[in-house]
Design a protein around this ligand. Structure first.
Ligand SMILES: [Zn+2]
Length: 68
């Protein structure tokens, strides 16, 4: 199931033009590319979160060492 990128109406799979607004839909290649980009972004976010957790843990360790 897919949704029109222009008007958001529900569309059948594999259609090229929206039957509601006539807007052209992204092709399979574009969708595949967007999916890869989304994966890359998700990976970056995970890396950032991991770094943030690491940083927080380091801060906590430093505070413990100072006797807080
Ligand atoms: Zn549409």
């Amino acid at each position: 199931m897919a949704f029109c990128v222009h008007c958001g109406q529900m569309q059948g799979d594999g259609i090229r033009f929206c039957r509601f607004c006539g807007g052209q839909q992204p092709g399979d290649q574009l969708i595949a590319r967007l999916r890869i980009e989304a994966e890359a972004v998700r990976y970056q976010v995970q890396q950032m979160q991991a770094q943030q957790i690491q940083y927080q843990q380091q801060q906590q360790q430093q505070q413990q060492q100072r006797g807080w």
